[in-house]
Design a protein around this ligand. Structure first.
Ligand code: PHE
Length: 342
């Protein structure tokens, strides 16, 4: 009697399994067979009704049917899972040959890049980075820098006057006096920023950039200035850079120097960037004139200083081989595109 039932259950359930069309239906069959009130479960419970001598035989028959059905379920389940995987792979297929959507990434402006590089090097050497106003007074731009009204050296820095006393700063040196008034020595500052002069040709633009440096401390000498600038130039242009110091004149430094570096393009042999000379003039510098210290309230008997002023546009032009300074300000996308990817 139980054998009959077993046969029937086996056939019925395996037909269900075969005919099921998805994982859910398959699961229903599993419950129907092995759930709490499942058919196979019920049979096992009914073993009590079987004569004791037949129990081992019937028991093993039930177990055989159980394993057979479990095997069928497993196979069918794997079939569904594989089909699902195949469907997903098909649906989520990506065409790796399709051209990608390009995200346009901008680039640093060459001057901004030079400012970053130089200030990074200076910060490593213990300098603080400061800023000053571009609209400046005649006092800070000229007079406090030991360039009195009507002094001939004003000629070199013809700038744009807003009133007789207010102008667009012609040099970041204007920040020197502002910082000296504010700070107590010793201090080391650099100030990058825009500067203006009434000048315009392939190498001069009415707006350009400078980076000013000022160190005030006891026992400062030309040797400190030279060693500091040598390190700065080598870090900017490479260890093999040669540096040349030439005597010069600035009303606010005494003695004054101009600093040249071996051309990073031809390494001193001569090319179009250095106009065949092998060297490039990059900055003015010097030991701060005691008069300048005194005017800003610093005791020149106790303290001395050195200062330097970099032309940043020129530095950018050299680093990026740019021949016309106007390219930096024309906002021509074809030029700016070339600044990418460095
Ligand atoms: N301010 C000077 C210039 O614009 C450069 C300079 C700065 C020189 C600091 C000496 C010291 O030409």
């Amino acid at each position: 009697m139980i054998e009959e039932q077993l046969k029937q259950i086996r056939e019925e359930l395996s037909t269900y399994i075969k005919n099921s069309t998805n994982l859910k239906e398959l699961n229903d069959v599993r419950v129907k067979a092995f759930g709490k009130s499942g058919l196979v479960t019920a049979l096992s419970k009914n073993m009590r009704e079987v004569a004791p001598e037949d129990r081992p035989k019937v028991g093993s028959q039930i177990n055989a049917v159980r394993s057979e059905l479990e095997e069928l379920l497993k196979t069918k389940e794997a079939e569904f899972e594989n089909a699902e995987l195949a469907r997903k792979l098909q649906e989520e297929q990506i065409d790796i040959t399709e051209p990608s959507i390009k995200v346009e990434i901008g680039a640093y402006h060459p001057v901004a890049d030079v400012i970053d590089r130089l200030t990074d090097i200076c910060v490593d050497m213990g300098f603080s980075v400061v800023e000053g106003p571009e609209i400046e007074s005649d006092y800070y731009n000229f007079e406090a820098m030991n360039i009195p009204k009507n002094h001939p050296s004003r000629d070199m820095q013809d700038t744009f006057f807003i009133t007789d006393e207010i102008l667009l700063r012609s040099q970041t040196s204007a920040v020197q006096a502002r910082e000296m008034e504010k700070r107590k020595p010793p201090f080391k500052i650099v100030c990058p920023g825009k500067t203006y002069r009434n000048d315009s040709d392939a190498t001069h633009s009415p707006i350009f950039h400078q980076l000013e440096g000022l160190v005030v401390d006891e026992n400062i000498s030309m040797a400190d200035l030279k060693s500091m600038l040598t390190i700065l130039m080598k870090r900017l242009y490479g260890e093999d850079t040669k540096i040349r110091f030439r005597p010069s004149f600035f009303p606010f430094t005494e003695p004054s120097i101009e600093v040249d570096v071996s051309c990073p393009n031809c390494h001193g042999t001569g090319c179009s960037i250095c106009k065949g000379t092998g060297m490039l003039e990059l900055l003015g510098a010097g030991v701060v004139n005691p008069k300048v210290l005194e005017m800003s309230g610093i005791d020149s008997k106790k303290y001395r200083g050195f200062a330097f002023g970099f032309g940043l546009d020129r530095t950018a032009m050299i680093l990026d081989s740019i021949s016309n300074i106007r390219s930096l300000y024309r906002n021509d996308i074809r030029f700016l595109e070339q600044m990418k990817g460095e």
